[in-house]
Design a protein around this ligand. Structure first.
Ligand SMILES: CC(C)(COP(=O)(O)OP(=O)(O)OC[C@H]1O[C@@H](n2cnc3c(N)ncnc32)[C@H](O)[C@@H]1OP(=O)(O)O)[C@@H](O)C(=O)NCCC(=O)NCCS
Length: 189
């Protein structure tokens, strides 16, 4: 049965590109490197990151997490960047649930506690959106956060991802299901 619409992007649209280094508004987003293990371990040891990302990570797991990104890029299932400021890792940002046929992806981010409050997450989100729409040619980037995570809601608003609505009980956390607040930005925004 033929589809009656043209896929937004063909397989290979991501994998055929080299993973870029994105420079934006004082930040450098670059592929993860083996030497970033300590920063990843520190991130997933933070109670807020554990709370909202629902995972912890020891050193071996952090090594594996870093090592998996190139394979995820090649399989077009994920794309992760270390967000660096002044040469140090300040956080992470990634595309996940990439659907090339629909031209959309979901964004995930966190910032290390010592780097918070400097608009690093909204600047990283703006950088990733610029590349995702301008180079990769996605049509829609979405993100969602627990209704209790007001800091993440601010990040989305500041980066030009307006709120679209609430999904009740849409994500399991350590303390149970949370209502999730969805935001998105379109290539045409
Ligand atoms: C949410 C998060 C990514 C924000 O990153 P950031 O680079 O600090 O973003 P901003 O500087 O724009 O601050 C966003 C909001 O965080 C809050 N904030 C500011 N300084 C803060 C600090 N030092 N510590 C904690 N929160 C702070 C404020 O509410 C701020 O909004 P406002 O400036 O309009 O008041 C970061 O707090 C984080 O990693 N939290 C834990 C993981 C997480 O929530 N990930 C997102 C899951 S959806």
């Amino acid at each position: 049965m033929p589809n009656l619409y043209t896929p937004a992007l063909q397989p290979g649209a991501l994998a055929d590109l080299p993973q870029p280094v994105l420079s934006h508004d004082g930040l450098l987003l670059r592929p993860w490197q083996e030497r970033d293990v300590a920063a990843v371990v520190a991130g997933y040891a933070d109670p807020a990151i554990q709370r909202w990302h629902c995972r912890s990570m020891d050193e071996a797991e952090a090594r594996e997490w870093i090592a998996r990104w190139p394979g995820r890029w090649n399989a077009e299932t994920g794309a992760g960047w270390a967000v660096t400021a002044d040469g140090s890792v300040a956080g992470q940002i990634s595309l996940r649930r990439i659907d090339l046929e629909e031209g959309l992806a979901e964004v995930s981010y966190w910032v290390l506690p010592s780097a918070r409050g400097r608009r690093i997450a909204p600047r990283a989100l703006a950088a990733l959106a610029e590349w995702s729409f301008g180079t990769l040619k996605l049509y829609r980037l979405e993100l969602s956060h627990s209704m209790l995570n007001t800091a993440s809601c601010r990040v989305a608003e500041v980066a030009g991802f307006p709120a679209e609505g609430t999904q009740r009980g849409a994500a399991r956390h350590a303390d149970g299901w949370h209502d999730m607040h969805g935001h998105a930005r379109l290539a045409t925004d």
